[in-house]
Structures are given as structure tokens and as C-alpha cells.
Design a protein around this ligand. Sequence first.
Ligand code: ZN
Length: 282
Amino acid sequence: MADPRDHDFETVLYRHVTPDIVRVSMNRVETRNSQNTQLTYDLNAAFDRANADDQVKVIILAGEGPHFSSGHDMKGGPRAFQGVGTWQNYGAKGAEGPMAVEEEIYLQMCRRWRNIPKPMLAEVQGACIAGGLMLAWVCDIIVASDDARFRDLVVGWGIPGVEFFGHPWELGHRRAREVLYTGDWFTAQEAHQWGMVNHVVPRAELRQYTEEMAKKIADKPLFGLKLTKEAINQTLDAQGQWSAMQTVFVMHTLAHTHWREVNGNGAALYQGESAPKAPGRS
Ligand code: ZN
């Protein structure tokens, strides 16, 4: 039965599992849920809607279709940026404009979602590539199906990892180095072993498993959940996570600028981050 608070965004479905659990699902199946600007702002609006609704206690982030997310897509969508970031001079020449854009739609957006005070569960199936990792990482808990696989291949474009640099925290620094240097896929089982994924379940049970966990969480008092989430976020920040991410983001921007100067084409760069293959790979 549909909940009257359900909503269809252009690229995101907002559906109540129960009155206090919302499933926010990316709905660009034809592009394997690649993240264009429209999807970014739709996700942001959906999370805001869930956060503002006092009845909602838990948010599930999912992807429609066979794949969770194929990563960033700079080829489409509106370019009317909304000012979530702080740099904001989106059209500026040189490094400034692209830095402002990526600060807005990737770094600060992910930071904002990571800090949504209600528990968020990622429900991941199929491919989760580069920018797709950031979407899973901003959630509190990651449940993956046994067919889920992950990779960040952007070192192939001379970039030290995706904009929200969670790799050392999510994988441990040894695995982070290997995953980034090689650009290889890693499986749900490996991600689980390394601590990035909470549970691996059969594909057919993924949705039900995630929803059952969400129900268990939704039994707890909301303020207690918010304080617990904040306690963990504050601990990671005290360990230097956000400080490191901001520093690495500047290096990320340097890498883009360098690539543009050497290769002469910014568009190739942006398309590269969502492309299926890195240069020199078969
Ligand atoms: Zn970038």
C-alpha cells in the first residue's frame, strides 16, 4: 500500500517500507545509475525530505536494476548548481571552476549526506564503481549481495582516488593502496573481510535482509540513534578523517588540472571518471 508521503523525483524513487523507514532508490537503470547532476540533487532532496519528516527514523539507499552505481556522469543533467559547496565560482577558468563544481557535487555533497543525522543503510548489488563507492560510503551500514563488486580505477587518469577519499578508512591502508594502484575489482566477500561491508547476502534476499535490519534499528529511540551516529562521526573526525579528505581533495583537483594541461581536454577527463575502462586496460 502506497504511503501518501511517497514521491517520485526525476531520477530517484522515494518509497516508505514502513511509516518510519524510507527507501531512496536511484532510478537511472539505463545508465546503471550513473550519478549525473540531476541524480545528485534528487538524492539530496530525498535525504532532506526524509530528514525533515519527524516520523522517519531510518533511510535505505538503493539502486534500481541490476547495478548499484556505475559512478559519476558529467555528460548530462542541469548545470544550475545549488550552492551546497563553498567555492561556487562554477564557470571560472583554470582550476577554479572545476574545483568549485567538484567541491559542490561530490566532496561537500558527500560530507552533507554522511552527516544526515538519521541512520542510513546502503543496499548494494552488481557493480559499484568509483563515484558509486562514495554513495555507499556515506551510509552508516553497507549490506551487499553476493554478486556485488567494487572498483576505483581513476588512478588510470592520474587521479588519487575519487573525491570523497574514504579508501584508507574503509579498506585499511594496505588494501587501499592495492585497490587504487591496480584499479582491480574487489568482491563483496573481500569487501566484507576488509571491513567495508557489514553483511553479504544472496542477491534474492538483499532487499528483505536490509529492510529487516532497518526495522530493528527503527525500534530504537530516534534521538538515541542520532546521538550514536554523531558519536561515531565525531570519533572519525577526531581521528582526522575529514581533515585528510579535504587535503586529498586539493590533490584531486591538482591531478585534474595537470591532466587537462597535459592532455588538453577537460571533457575527456570528466567522461573518464565514469567510463568502464581505464586507459591501457583491456
Ligand atoms: Zn574529480
